[in-house]
Design a protein around this ligand. Structure first.
Ligand SMILES: [Zn+2]
Length: 393
């Protein structure tokens, strides 16, 4: 498996949701006409949300949304949401990315897409505790192929490479299984994880058929296990490393025809920073055992350890090199990014390195940061890739 080119550029997955997207999730009644302002730096976009058309026009910075319908599911699959997703894609194309995502704008959180896909989940009755959603009944797929539908829309609306993210069984087990609420359905989190695997494997099979280029498995909780200073949430580091990696391998078993990838990071609390600290050394042997083609790894923050760890990974593993921090308001220059990537080039050849932020810009809907800021970072990432191509390809 190869990258499309040296220094292939992408996002990890999510873009912050502007007000019209957030309204879809918070309003169960009619949505009134709304205006969305395009980022100040993007002067040439106009999106006609009502028709779902996206065109480039000069000097029309506002988008009028005037679609009315009832209920969240109708909105999620409406022209209204299609138009917004096209807008997210177009922003990435104009920034110059080689790989585009749908910004994860049809999801409340990267993990909570499982609630759209399967029955068995309930809102956590304890506000502010854990992650808002818990498993309370045995799960079954209520909308099989849901992720492939999102993928098809993306594939049909961009001629760039396309990527869709899927949460790992391990992180869903860690976040959505609760000892107080879930044991009637699943006595252990392992039993819940085991039930997730075939459902997710089926989604991956359908994703391949959709024509998606890259399937990224989100596994940030692997980073919980690399911090030597903190006790892992579930007690046994080695046991959980084995559990997480085995279940990813089972999830991707038989998947052929799309690039598979895994993303990990030290959690993204935006301006509150990261949660876990330390280099990848304690988990590097585990990473070697995971059968994905690419790792999207965080390297821009000071607690991410040395990039020299990359020399430990087998030659056939591609790297999505985290080269800017999505949590910080600071916008790195192209030269800052080039410097970071050139450090990695001491250990990995250019044809194995892609450029991306450390994490998604907004893993869930509450992460409300300016699109302008994200766009400016992506533009500099693309500039850096061009400089690197001219120097190293
Ligand atoms: Zn992340």
């Amino acid at each position: 498996m190869k990258l499309s080119k040296s220094f292939e550029t992408s996002m990890v997955g999510s873009f912050p949701r502007p007000a019209p997207v957030r309204d879809v999730f918070t309003s169960n009644s009619k949505i009134a006409p709304i205006k969305i302002s395009t980022p100040g730096q993007v002067e040439e976009i106009s999106v006609d949300i009502i028709k779902g058309d996206t065109k480039n026009k000069k000097n029309e910075h506002d988008v009028l949304i005037n679609h009315e319908s009832n209920g969240i599911n109708e909105h999620l699959n409406s022209n209204y949401m299609d138009g917004l997703v096209k807008y997210a894609v177009l922003l990435q194309e104009i920034a110059g990315l080689d790989v585009v995502t749908d910004g994860e704008w049809r999801r409340q959180a990267y993990t909570h897409v499982i609630d759209d896909l399967c029955s068995g989940f309930t809102q956590d009755p304890r506000p502010g505790i854990r992650f808002g959603l818990i498993v309370t009944e045995p799960i079954s797929a209520k909308s099989p192929g849901l992720l492939a539908n999102d993928a098809k829309f993306l594939v049909n609306n961009s001629n760039r490479l396309t990527k869709i993210s899927v949460p790992s069984p391990y992180i869903l087990g860690a976040r959505l299984w609760d000892p107080d609420y879930s044991t009637k359905a699943y006595p252990t989190r392992e039993k819940f994880i085991d039930d997730l695997v075939p459902i997710l494997n089926y989604e991956l099979q359908q994703l391949v058929k959709s024509g998606i280029d890259i399937i990224q498995i989100d596994e940030p909780d692997m980073a919980v296990l690399l911090d030597p200073a903190k006790e892992p949430i579930y007690g046994d580091r080695e046991y959980d490393l084995k559990l997480g990696s085995t279940k990813i391998n089972e999830m991707i078993h038989g998947i052929d025809g799309a690039r598979t990838a895994m993303h990990m990071c030290r959690w993204n609390s935006l301006n509150r920073g990261w949660h876990w600290e330390g280099g990848y050394e304690p988990i590097i042997e585990t990473l070697k055992s995971i059968n994905v083609n690419q790792f999207f790894m965080e390297f821009s923050i000071p607690v991410a350890g040395s990039v020299s760890i990359l020399k430990e990974l087998p030659e056939d593993k591609l790297i999505g090199l985290g080269c800017l921090d999505p949590r910080s308001e600071l916008i790195p220059t192209a030269e800052d990014i080039v410097k970071r990537v050139e450090e990695a080039l001491k250990y990995v050849s250019p044809d194995r390195i892609g450029l991306n932020p450390d994490c998604g810009f907004a893993p869930d809907i509450r992460h409300n940061i300016p699109l302008d800021e994200c766009y400016a970072k992506l533009v500099n990432q693309v500039k850096a890739a061009k400089i690197l191509e001219s120097k190293h390809s």
